[in-house]
Design a protein around this ligand. Structure first.
Ligand code: MSP
Length: 676
């Protein structure tokens, strides 16, 4: 039975101390695909994303960048808002936790919880990981008091606080999980949460007094709210008020809607334990809890752990530009088993592209349209009549389309796409078996027509099935079939609908939907896409020696490795002459009339910041660098760029001038620290 309730899907809100990376892109793409699927089913659907802007972590980064926290978050939220449309992600709302609408809602939540007697003043002393913005028990810590997620030392925090009486919700939460077995997905993650709650819940400190970048506690402004109390509320604060039609947005919350939070496995506990407990404490009934919290795994890149700030150089926006957003979306949704950890493999994306998109789907469309051009003057043929072959195919397609629907509805994009591609494979088999070219030779035009009709109408169906994953390609495919772009309508189920193609309609074959890469173009593409491994200096871009410039233009693989270096090995003493230090960029601006150059003030832990002129401008907007840690060659002789511009150091970076990647270093390392 079709679910007619509105559908609400949310991404986590992203911390703005980072810029959008592939992990963020993954979750956000999944949410967009789920939203699109529900739209196709005729459901009113809403997707929310946004940025998490308060807390100690953000306050510290803002301070390092020499900005006020507000100015910092205003700038740092922008790349997130700008990123998603480039991946064809159409969130309906983008919330920032510094917005008044959010703050007002969080105040109300706090007040309701306080009135219900679930907040209590006290003091505590505990371990805190600023990276997680979370308290840690001694049991959880790794030797050396390291956070198991960030592998960084936790901090001892001691202060006055308001405690949220989480312990009072242990039994109710367990009962709720029991009654709603699909609340936490997948099953393995559910079990982890159950055993965490069963092992006993401690009351939770939900306010801080040792810093001020947060939402003030109503009536006690020396406290700011714990960042997770603030952040989790975004899912409801974004539904305060009305939409452009004047309808209340609260209709997107249970019980009148299905509300799904898609999160990474690292933040499941906050969503599956704290968030429902906060809502329960504020008086929400079980029917008003989110429908499901669905946790996905972590992505690695070419087998390596991926971490923040594009550390291993994989920029989803760059990938989308090179390959097209649809190809990136397809790969993320199909190749990573949702719920499990998965590897983003640069070679794998091209293999899948060639096989699934080029040879399977793209070729099928081209072949079918080619046959129509030859045999029916490029028009949709008459329906003809069905044989066993068509009946068998229709049954298979129905089974696979129903399978895809089931998997989309249970938030399993990889399986939904597997089922969708089974339709394409069945169609490829069908065309080989029906062999319309042989039928034409026999002069059996009625069979030719029914074969082509079957192919075209099933391709129309496929164009709808692929739309959640590849909206752009789906519409290009439809254009070649002579069909209009998909415009979902509330109340009408497009996913399970009869074809709209009619005999006599004009087809519009165009260029290949997915032109495949051969060996040479694959390796050329890979050398551009893979994160560069060799470190080059940014000022190579300006004033580099001839040899350096020549090397810069070479593909990665052609740059000699250290072993083959014409300089030969160097001794430790020779290496130690180079003074490499950690710097923090305080200000950064463009150099007038010099496209490639940026002028930076970099804190190297000295009494005054260094002025450094660096060839970073083709890759970075000045504001993107403010607050970043960089590696600086600190004892390079000053270099005069003319017109009073003198550089007092060199910033290290890797890759070509238009796609430079900065080597990164943990936020805990102080400015001026020497690399050895
Ligand atoms: N601000 C909190 C979320 C608050 S939601 C009320 C936060 N932000 S985050 O920016 O650090 O992480 C956002 C999401 O990105 C998390 O779901 C996290 O799991 C996900 N990812 C971060 N790195 C990732 C990978 N390498 N792979 C997949 N997702 C990862 O936590």
């Amino acid at each position: 039975m079709t679910d007619r309730r509105p559908f609400y899907v949310t991404t986590p809100i992203y911390y703005v101390n980072d810029i959008p990376h592939l992990g963020h892109a993954y979750t956000t793409t999944v949410c967009d695909a789920l939203r699109r699927y529900q739209l196709l089913r005729g459901r009113e659907s809403r997707m929310l994303t946004g940025t998490d802007e308060h807390g100690l972590k953000i306050e510290r980064v803002a301070k390092e960048s020499g900005k006020t926290p507000q100015a910092f978050v205003d700038a740092a939220s922008k790349p997130f808002r700008a990123a998603w449309p480039q991946l064809d992600i159409e969130a309906d709302d983008f919330i920032r936790t510094t917005e008044p609408r959010h703050i007002a809602w969080v105040h109300e939540l706090w007040k309701r919880i306080a009135e219900n007697g679930f907040l209590e003043e006290g003091s505590y002393e505990d371990w805190y990981c600023v990276g997680c913005e979370s308290f840690k028990t001694e049991k959880e810590l790794l030797p050396g008091n390291l956070c198991p997620i960030h592998q960084k030392p936790v901090e001892r925090v001691k202060e006055q606080t308001y405690f949220f009486k989480l312990s009072k919700f242990e039994a109710r939460l367990l009962e709720f999980y029991e009654k709603h077995p699909s609340f936490i997905q997948p099953e393995t993650r559910r079990n982890e949460v159950l055993s965490f709650v069963r092992s006993g819940l401690r009351d939770l400190s939900v306010s801080r007094t040792s810093f001020s970048w947060g939402i003030p506690v109503p009536g006690d402004p020396k406290h700011v709210m714990y960042v997770w109390f603030d952040a989790l509320s975004n899912y409801r604060s974004a539904l305060a008020g009305r939409d452009e039609k004047g309808e209340p947005l609260s209709r997107f919350w249970p019980p009148s809607a299905e509300a799904v939070h898609i999160v990474g496995k690292d933040i499941l506990r906050f969503h599956a334990v704290y968030w429902p407990a906060f809502l329960m404490a504020a008086g929400y009934t079980d029917a008003e809890m989110p429908t499901a919290i669905v946790a996905h795994g972590f992505l690695t890149i070419d087998g390596h752990k991926m971490s923040k700030s594009l550390r291993n150089g994989v920029d989803p926006l760059r990938l989308a530009k090179e390959l097209g957003p649809d190809v990136l979306r397809y790969y993320l949704l199909r190749a990573i088993s949702f719920g499990q950890d998965g590897d983003f493999d640069h070679a794998g994306i091209i293999e899948r592209y060639n096989a699934d998109l080029g040879k399977n789907l793209g070729n099928l469309l081209a072949r079918t349209l080619g046959l129509c051009v030859k045999m029916t003057d490029g028009l949709v043929p008459p329906k003809g009549f069905e044989t066993e072959l068509e009946v068998e195919l229709a049954a298979r397609v129905d089974v696979d389309a129903a399978r895809a629907m089931d998997h989309w509805s249970s938030y399993e994009p990889h399986l939904a796409l597997e089922a969708t591609w089974a339709i394409s494979a069945a169609l490829n088999q069908y065309v080989d078996r029906a062999a319309p070219w042989a039928l034409a030779k026999q002069g059996d035009m009625a069979r030719v027509h029914s074969t082509l009709w079957t192919l075209l109408t099933t391709l129309e169906r496929l164009s709808i099935c692929i739309w959640p994953a590849m909206p752009g390609k789906a519409n290009q495919m439809r254009a070649q079939l002579g069909l209009p772009a998909i415009v979902p309508q509330v109340g009408s189920d497009l996913f399970w609908s009869t074809p709209t193609l009619e005999p006599g309609m004009k087809l519009a074959p165009g260029s290949a939907l997915f032109p495949t890469y051969d060996e040479a173009t694959t390796s050329e593409l890979l050398s551009r896409l893979r994160p560069p491994e060799s470190i080059t200096a940014t000022s190579m871009a300006e004033g580099a020696t001839k040899q350096e410039k020549k090397m810069e233009k070479m593909p990665e693989s052609a740059i000699p490795s250290t072993e083959a270096s014409p300089l030969g090995p160097i001794t430790y003493d020779q290496f130690s002459i180079v003074d490499l230090r950690v710097g923090v960029v305080l200000t950064c601006e463009k150099v007038p009339k010099k496209d490639r150059l940026l002028k930076l003030a970099v804190d190297l832990g000295e009494t005054t910041p260094r002025t450094i002129i660096a060839g970073l401008a083709l890759t970075f907007a000045p504001e993107a660098l403010v607050g970043r840690r960089v590696i600086v060659v600190a004892n390079l002789a000053p270099r005069d760029f003319g017109k009073g511009l003198v550089s007092h150091g060199m910033i290290m970076a890797a890759g070509p001038s238009e796609a430079l990647v900065l080597p990164t270093i943990d936020d805990t390392v102080a400015a001026g620290t020497k690399l050895k």
